[in-house]
Design a protein around this ligand. Sequence first.
Ligand SMILES: *Cc1c(COP(=O)(O)O)cnc(C)c1O
Length: 215
Amino acid sequence: MSRPLDAGIADNLSHVRRRLEAAAHRAHRSPSDISLVAVSKTFGVDAIRSAFTAGHRVFGENKVQEALGKIAALSDLDLEWHLIGHLQTNKSKKAAESFRWIESVDSVELVQKLDAAASQSDRRPAVLIQVDLAGERTKHGVPTNSLKEVVGAAHDAHALDLRGLMLVPPSPRLPEDSRPWFRSLRSIRDTLVDDGVPGECLRDLSMGMSHDFEI
Ligand SMILES: *Cc1c(COP(=O)(O)O)cnc(C)c1O
């Protein structure tokens, strides 16, 4: 049955996809290299079902507890869940069992807890290391001077699939304000690869929020 919610979400999704494709072409990239994560935090399962009906599969949640209820309620759908919010070490087990991607890994201790939890439950979640480029104490993320250590630990972890870096830059006034931070993260990634981290482990950069996705 088609509901008004379905139509609204399908329209929004195709609008965002068109903007994403246009931005990819401007940057001489293939849109198929870009993964759109629909942030479903604060949205109910109905909205997620509507997005699924419109063809979307990848969803981001920022709180483990809130996500677990939705993941259980939607277990009949083949969805790819990403954790994008801060993860406390005491929730590592639940996170490793429930999320296909954990984008907010930000300490060696968390790497070790997740690795242990994932191997116990026979999972191998993809992980991104969240970086705190601006030295914002209010935000989570690894300071750049400890990044090599955390990336190294994640690369060595047998039950984690290291895929790249994540960044939430300082709140921009304009979308363009995010560009220097995005450039900087990309150059940090390139340096890590030059220093010996295999490129395929750092291929993905998850950066910014809704307002600056085209940048
Ligand atoms: C909430 C959130 C987003 C999306 O938020 P918007 O308000 O839609 O910009 C993106 N990334 C992270 C890490 C978030 O927590």
